[in-house]
Design a protein. Sequence first.
Length: 117
Amino acid sequence: MESLAALVAVLFLISIVSGPIAIGIARIQVQSILARLIKRLIQGVFIFLGVAIGGIWLTNPDLPMAAHLLGLFSLVMSYYGIRNEYFPKFKLLSYIFPSRSNGRSNGNDGHGPGGQH
């Protein structure tokens, strides 16, 4: 029974740390193609572990709510890790809810001197 508890603890630990590690790896800037390939392979391993174990925690109906939330956390952090590496300019919420950062027009929306015709 102790080995089963240790296995569950390791699975919880992997699902908690895999997403933040993938996000941290995505922030590393490299110039070489070989270094980029190695970086993406290592990040891919962490993303795969986070998605696989997080998906198991999220979709198993026999687990308590805390395990489901942990699985959701793992999937969201893995998503951010992938997005930061491959799609750094894509911001989903800014496309859904456009906002102005300082309350002023940027001139491209038809208001102000840049938008007047």
